[in-house]
Design a protein around this ligand. Structure first.
Ligand code: BES
Ligand code: MN
Ligand code: MN
Length: 468
């Protein structure tokens, strides 16, 4: 569309001229420690939600903070005039962040964002949430702001949903989507919570793994025991737990839970061929994390393992004595938290049930197991031939000078599958995070280049969508 109302160069210029102000806004939201998993930060989550709603209002959205049983949702609507056949989009992001610990590993306080020059990344902003997901969702809001400032209007109708519980598995989301389906349903969801291929190559994420989580407590003897007085004839809860967990994978790296791989929809030969062209170097990938040898299924490429194969991971174990010196104790109880990454075709409930059966079947006489909270969300894949993908692809190529890489994603964003299954809405996942952004880890950062070009990319995508 070439009429003045939709001229893009002015919007891009507007973004470039206002980077300082945009950065100041990002710093404001980064200062709020909106850690959703920690009830001590509920007030901060509420403040972050208020900030988001105020920001949306400032841009011209009709925005509100919506209470849930957990952290509040933020919803905003902007109705564009005379959009013709252009899609109404729903942008999704999350204002909550991961806990900042271990605090001592941060070079500066996690919620006092600071700018730094970092080698080939150039200027970076360091702080919890800089990349996941505050810096990312702000690229979209800044693009909207620029459109509004320059043309007095957005080129398409935009709704925004900012969630505050993504990092804790989005427990309030299902009920919220159910209760507000009419209001939230749009033609397409836009999500900025994934990465690009590398610092100079944009990407569109075409599939996300799902996630199922479980937590178990094994109890042996009714109390902790002296390991001399009782060692030998009695069960040790940690030994029972670790031998069951140690049995989860076979020597080839395959998960042994019966039925675990049933129904899996494998990537197409075309997808596999495209992934093979991406030229991922296993050695470089492993070296960056201090390793040399690829674990798991040896008959699969690294990208297949990450994007299209499910996993069983032990996230933590608690039990027994770990204080100073030694203590001759046989623990009564041992606890473990586990997560399973899922791929298309797997049902989280079936996986959890299979896991429970696997544990129960291996439980020795005299031991008991308690299954604590569990849940999950399925994997999701998208049809990349849809017109919106073409729009995004062209827009990204114009901004970055290269066609975007179509990638899978090992991580999970629970809401995206609900958009598909509950609202019948496809998602377009475009993000600007980099592998070295240290998300969920100390010294999380976002490149200012990602922030700037991310906003420019969204400004372009909105214009292409308007022309559909
Ligand atoms: N933004 C991430 C998902 C992600 C990770 C996308 C890596 C691209 C690359 C998201 O915030 C996240 O951390 N998701 C959790 C979900 C869980 C807490 C339910 C995950 O994947 O562990
Ligand atoms: Mn995220
Ligand atoms: Mn995250």
């Amino acid at each position: 569309m070439s009429d003045n109302k939709h001229a893009l160069p002015d919007v891009l210029d507007g973004l470039d001229k206002n980077t300082e102000a945009a950065l100041a806004r990002l710093i404001e939201i980064l200062k709020i420690p909106s850690i959703s998993t920690d009830p001590a930060h509920n007030g901060d989550c509420a403040r972050a939600a208020d900030w988001c709603a105020a920001t949306l209002t400032d841009i011209g959205f009709e925005a509100s903070v919506r209470p849930t049983n957990g952290q509040p949702m933020v919803v905003g609507h902007y109705r564009a005039e005379s959009v013709g056949a252009a899609p109404h989009v729903l942008f999704y992001g999350h204002y909550d962040v991961q806990p900042a610990d271990p605090l001592e590993e941060w070079d500066s306080p996690p919620f006092e964002p600071r700018m730094e020059e970092e080698g080939t990344n150039g200027k970076i902003i360091v702080g919890r949430g800089a990349s996941d997901d505050k810096g990312q969702f702000m690229t979209f809001l800044e693009a909207c702001r620029a459109w509004k400032n320059i043309h007095g209007a957005l080129p398409v109708s935009v709704s925004v949903l900012l969630e505050g519980e993504e990092e804790s598995g989005s427990p309030s989301l299902g009920p919220f989507l159910d209760a507000n389906a009419e209001e939230l349903k749009a033609d397409l969801a836009l999500v900025c919570d994934t990465g690009q291929w590398d610092a100079t190559s944009p990407a569109i994420t075409t599939m996300l793994r799902g996630l199922a989580h479980a937590e178990i407590i094994i109890t042996g003897p009714s109390r902790d025991l002296h390991s001399g007085m009782y060692g030998g004839p009695v069960q040790n809860a940690i030994r029972v737990l670790t031998s069951i967990l140690g049995d989860l994978q076979d020597a080839e790296g395959r998960v042994k839970i019966p039925g675990f791989y049933d129904g899996i929809i494998d990537p197409t030969p075309e997808q596999l061929a495209q992934w093979a062209t991406l030229g991922v170097d296993e050695k470089t990938y492993l070296e960056a994390i201090g390793l040399e040898h690829k674990a798991g299924e040896q008959d699969r490429s690294l990208l297949e393992q990450l994007w299209s194969r499910p996993t069983a991971e032990i996230n933590g174990i608690i039990g027994g004595y770990t204080g100073p010196g030694s203590k001759t104790v046989i623990p009564s109880k041992a606890l473990s938290k586990l997560t399973f990454r899922l791929v298309p075709g797997q049902d989280p409930d079936k996986i959890i049930n299979g896991f429970k059966k696997f544990v129960s079947e291996r439980l020795p006489d005299d031991c008991s197991v308690e299954y604590l909270e569990s849940g999950g969300s399925p994997a999701v894949g998208f049809d990349v031939t849809a017109p919106a993908f073409t729009c995004a692809s062209e827009a990204l190529e114009e901004e970055w000078g290269k066609a975007p890489v179509l990638m899978g994603c090992g991580g999970s964003i629970p809401i995206v599958e609900s958009f598909q299954s509950e609202l019948g809405m496809e998602s377009l996942l475009v993000g600007f995070a980099l592998d070295d952004d240290r998300i969920h880890a100390p010294n999380e950062k976002y490149n200012l280049n990602s922030f700037r070009k991310g906003a420019r990319s969204w400004a372009r995508i909105l214009q292409k969508l308007a022309a559909l």
